[in-house]
Design a protein around this ligand. Structure first.
Ligand code: PLP
Length: 371
């Protein structure tokens, strides 16, 4: 990419930054008719949310049976109204987008720009260069790629890289290098084409420094991080495919994550993905993402990352297989899980609608959360 802003505080804000720059680009050319952003149906919910926040209409593009974007469906919705396409690569199904070249060429030929949701950069470091592939903008989730664990709950950072067309629109202030080699911050108003400031100072510096330290520590071996993450995911996927208790919808090799389904298990035993996830807690595992991507029935999105040992991967696969056996033999055990956690099944709607975020000492018969 030609330049990067470190300002966005997370992936979602990176998307918004990128799409606002794309909007500014079209406006700067007087191209006001481009009101639509194409988003594949497997995308993270932040993609359509971003396009709406930036004032665009989201046009849903269906996936083909191989999990990639359906090219015919893409061509059918592409046109003079297209401002951009947002492509997650690898996709949320853990698959490298097989028709990436055609998608970028088609959107450029139609006058739109190509945005890459790079939340899954941890699968492709040292292997794929989004700028050279033709993407005009891309955010990456520093907190999912450079050592801050996914789901760690801490602050994130969502830097955005841009190609030459979008450099004039980068958030302000940029850090500029003077001819004598010194650096300075851009002055207010110095670059009127900027979309403005997205976040205070220059972003979540703590997370960025941590990521920078991780990058320096790995040096040239950074590509091995991706290779290990991809190897771990393919190993787990293979183990589950050989066992056969869960459906594996996409056969081709995955990247850093893969989708498994409790679809057949549910049909045969009544046990759902939610039950399997809750039972995993009794086996000492943090459950994976479930019911996402939305396009996959009874989905589990399993993303082991580069750090898990072979022993942990095996223990996780063994636990999933054991739970499938329990689903057939002692389904109430699975349905009532977790049994060993301090709290049982939470009322997730109440937790979202009436959050109780303040710690209070327990008295009497109160439980920390309602069952
Ligand atoms: C594909 C994808 N895009 C965007 C996001 C949003 O990133 P963040 O949670 O940092 O806002 C995520 C987060 O999980 C993601 O997986």
């Amino acid at each position: 990419m030609a330049a990067v802003t470190l300002q966005p505080a997370a992936g979602a804000q990176g998307e918004l930054t990128g799409i606002l720059m794309i909007r500014a680009y079209h406006r700067s050319r007087g191209d006001l008719e481009r009101t639509e952003v194409l988003v594949p149906d497997s995308a993270h919910g932040t993609n359509p949310a971003t396009t709406s926040m930036a004032g665009f209409r989201t046009v849903n593009v269906p996936s083909a049976p191989d999990g990639g974007v359906d090219l015919d469906a893409f061509r059918a919705v592409l046109g003079p109204r297209t401002a951009a396409v947002m492509i997650t690569n690898p996709s949320t199904l853990g698959l490298f987008e097989p028709r990436i070249g055609e998608l970028i060429e088609l959107v450029h030929a139609a006058g739109g720009l190509a945005y890459m949701d790079g939340a899954n950069l941890n699968a492709i470091m040292g292997r794929f260069k989004p700028g050279e592939a033709g993407f005009d903008a891309m955010h990456f989730n520093v907190h999912k790629t450079f050592s801050t664990p996914h789901g760690g709950g801490g602050p994130g950072a969502g830097p955005v890289g841009v190609g030459p067309k979008l450099v004039p629109f980068l958030p302000t202030p940029r850090v500029l290098r003077e001819p004598d080699g010194t650096f300075r911050l851009e002055r207010p108003g110095e670059r009127p084409s900027s979309i403005g400031r997205l976040r205070s100072f220059v972003g979540n510096t703590g997370v960025l420094v941590r990521a920078y330290a991780y990058i320096l520590a790995h040096g040239r071996d950074l590509a091995l991080v991706s290779e290990d993450a991809v190897l771990a995911a393919n190993y787990l996927k293979h183990r589950l495919a050989v066992d056969g208790s869960y459906d594996i919808p996409f056969e081709r090799p995955c990247k850093h994550e893969f989708v498994a389904q409790a679809k057949t298990l549910h049909r045969e035993t009544g046990i759902r993905t939610l039950d399997v996830a809750k039972r995993l807690i009794d086996y000492g595992f943090h459950p994976p993402t479930i019911y996402f991507p939305l396009t996959v029935e009874e989905a589990m999105l399993i993303e082991p990352t580069e750090t898990e040992s072979l022993e942990t991967l095996d223990a996780f696969a063994d636990a999933l297989v054991a739970i499938a056996r329990e689903a057939r033999e002692t389904p109430d055990l699975v349905r009532g899980a977790p049994h060993t956690a301090p709290v049982r099944r939470l009322d997730e709607a109440a937790a979202a609608r009436k959050p109780n975020l303040r710690w209070q000492p327990l008295t009497g018969r109160e439980t920390p959360c309602p069952d």
